[in-house]
Structures are given as C-alpha cells and as structure tokens.
Design a protein around this ligand. Sequence first.
Ligand SMILES: [Zn+2]
Length: 385
Amino acid sequence: MNATPTHAHSHTPTFCTIVPPHILDKVSRNEDQSLAEPARRTLERDAAQRTRRRLLTVSAVRPMATGAPSDQAKRTIYDAKHHEDLPGKKVRGEGEKASKDQTVNRAYDGLGATFELYLKAYNRHSIDDSGLPLIASVHYSQDYNNAFWNGEQMVFGDGDGQIFLDFTLPVDVIGHELTHGVTASTANLEYFSQSGALNESISDVFGSLVKQYALQQTADQADWLIGAGLLAPRVQGVALRSMKAPGTAYDDDVLGKDPQPATMAGYVRTGQDNGGVHINSGIPNHAFYLAAAAIGGHAWEGAGQVWYDVLTGGTLSPRADFAEFAQLTVAAAKSRYGDGAEHDAVLKAWSQVGVPVNDPVAAASGADVPRQNPVPEGAQPPVQG
Ligand SMILES: [Zn+2]
C-alpha cells in the first residue's frame, strides 16, 4: 500500500495504553519526584511503543487456520522480569498449573475471561475469530504505570505502588485492551477524533462486559467502572473511568479530575490524546450504559449484542462519527429484536446523551426526539500544545 495520507491522522494505528497520556502528563508534572518520575518513565516507554506500532502497520503473518477454530483458548504468559525485552521468559502455557505468582495467574485468567465472553456470548473464536493465540507479558519494566496491547500481545506493568497498583488486577482492563484487537480485525475504527472515541468506547463496553460475564452480573449489579482496584489507596478515586457516571471516577490532587463528559454538551475539542479519544469516549460509553440499564438483565445480551452486531456487521465505516454509530445501533436493535424494548432503549439512550437518531418509527409514533446542533462533520479540533 503506497497511498499518500490526505490527513495527518490518516494512518494513525491504534496504540492504546489503559492509562491515557493526559493522566500521566499530569502526574509527571507533580513536584513530588517520587510520583513524577515513574509517570515520566512510563510516558517515555509508551512513546517508544507508539513509534514501534506506527512502523509495524502490517500485522505479523499468522499461520493459516486449518479447520474450525477451537473453543479452547491458547494462552501463554511470559515474565518480562522488569526489563523491556518482549515477551520475556515463558512461565505458564495453556492448561498448565497455576503459578506461585498471582500476577501470572491473573493475566492467564483475564485472557481466559475475555476469550469466554466472546465465545459464549457472540460465538467469536478469539480476537480474530480464527483462534488467535493470546499472549501476555507481566512485570514489564520498572514501576511501569500502564498496560497495553501492541497488536501482537498484552503487556502489563506492576504500577509504581503509589498511584497505580498491579495492572493485572482489573479484568476489564484486559478485556478493554484485547477488544482493541477485535476492533482492528473488524470495523477498524480510525484512532482519531470521534471514530477514535468510538474505538475507545467499544473497548470499555466489552471490557466491562468481560467482567460482568465473569461475575454473571446483571446491568443493575455491575459497577460500570473501568479499572476498579487499580488506583493505590492514597488516590481519591474509584477507577479510571465510569460508564454509569462519566467524569466521576476520580478527583485527586495528583491525578486531577476525571475529564470525561457524559453528553455532547460536554464534548471536548482537543488536539491531545488523538483528539480526546479517551475523554469523549464517555459519551458513547454512557449511551451504552443507559441502553443496557433500560433493557435490564445481562448487558452482554440486548445492548451488548446490538453493539457487537454493529462492530462486526460490515457497515460501520472506519471514520464513523457518533451519529453514524448511533444510527447503526438503532437499526441493529430493530433488525435483531424488532420494535421492542431494545429498540426503544437504544433510541432513547442516544437521545439522552445528545446524539439524537432520526428514526422513522419514533417519528411516526410521535416520540420526543430533541434536536441539537451536531458537531460539524470532520471538524479538525484545535491543536493544543
Ligand atoms: Zn483503549
């Protein structure tokens, strides 16, 4: 492919670290060097990984799948032993007995929980639906405050213990990162601006569903948090993000305040973080929560099924904005469930977050769909910093 990019962001590959750069930036400027230094080093490592990812736009050649993919995950966990060379030393393969190291076991179980949700709820065989082996390295680098999927494997830091704890602790973080692989192999939403925020949101949605499925929780039992248990005790906060109440996950003297908006009224225009992909994801996150809460029961059914249908249905464009995604979810709800509770819930959820869908059924029945000024199509956010 020799296509010349027409926009600076045209070929921005997804490289998501679960702790977004805006949080680490803030911590790295703290006057307490024992807090600032690990954040600074983490940002340096992340920048190096991001560059590497940009150079590796074509995934490694994978062996051709022969026959139907297995219903059994193929997991391998490595120990990076606090170095940066990946993957490190192999410490646990599929079906092997548990390690003495609980970090190894949590990574193994989290990969398994993600594999299980996709298989049992959506009949999807691993990330690529062809049984892709799942690989993870734990104990990456020193005091490393992050976790990521690099297109080939998961990588987990131990955290610095002051702001962040072991990144294998929240299973939704593992589900979030692996879902970036699912998105890359399906709708391949461009990692910039609204399509990037949708990419992020889809990872939060299915990350949360991995946890809900593992715990067999209903929508009203779930915490709807991303990264619960990850913040060290000294931090004023409960998680990295809240889908139920975006903007309320933390409010801390070191981390700052959770900047996520819940509705379009709070949409943040920024050039940082690929156009605020980890910030504006609060809006579609909240729409999913509202739809799932209104439908009730297990969120991986109903709302989860609708979102999965849109992600994998082949009609979602790589540069979709919120409005296009919303429209497709309403259509998918109708096509799978008819004009029932699911359709009404999805339609209403988008309206509540300020992304109203012009639905012929709603119009005919006189439903109150508020009209708001949409964000200009393809608007370039002002570049800051
Ligand atoms: Zn992400």
